[in-house]
Design a protein around this ligand. Sequence first.
Ligand code: SF4
Length: 248
Amino acid sequence: MEFLQEFERILSELSAHVREGREISYRDGAYGITEIISCPKKAQLRRQHPDLEVRNIAIDDGFLFEKTVKEVLRKIFGNRFEEEKVLSHDFTVDGEPFSIDGHLDCFIQYNSNKIVGLELKHTVLSFDNETSGRPEELIILQPNSRRISINYKYTLQAKIQRALLEWQYPDKEIEHYLVIKTTLRTRYKMGKSIVVLPTTESISREELEEIIRMFRNDPRPRANWECQYCIYRQHGFCNGSESTNTTL
Ligand code: SF4
């Protein structure tokens, strides 16, 4: 039974392995996309406690998926592929400067005219309202083709990333996709699937400025569930708060 004690170390090494290369940094005073569409207090606490980590197997599953996809893309596209591409943009909102440093999981210079961006997600369970058949291994969604539950924050993040890509590369054609690894539950069966959702819309500058305004002025969480999963509450740095319950 002596070996059992090794599992703590194995778990810790496993966690470090899947997180490797995923360190994200921001310019001084800049915020990430996920930060501006989430509880503003989390962004503040993240800067005060940069080393805080939670050992969360569910999150690590997502990191493992990301790591594997990035390795495959690097193999296929070579130096035309870039991971954690920084998409920066500086705004002036209500007379005050505000900077966003977005991070796109996968950036591909597809050809001389086209750029493809992929944002990778992992969710434990999604629901499919299509009532016949089994979940397929790969589901490529066309707009309005099928109703699969997808967190609205993912689609909002995708719309912001697409806009940042367009502003950074005004002379290129942009394609952007959400790639979600999930267990899909239909009426008849559950199965592991990869759902690919094209991002067909970009957020407008006015809509993004309104999000920035909210981020600055309303410190409450945006969704009811945010406090429940918040590592800063788990570590006693915040007691939680009622949410704005907005879908922005
Ligand atoms: S516990 Fe809730 S209010 Fe506090 S930082 Fe986390 S999400 Fe925000």
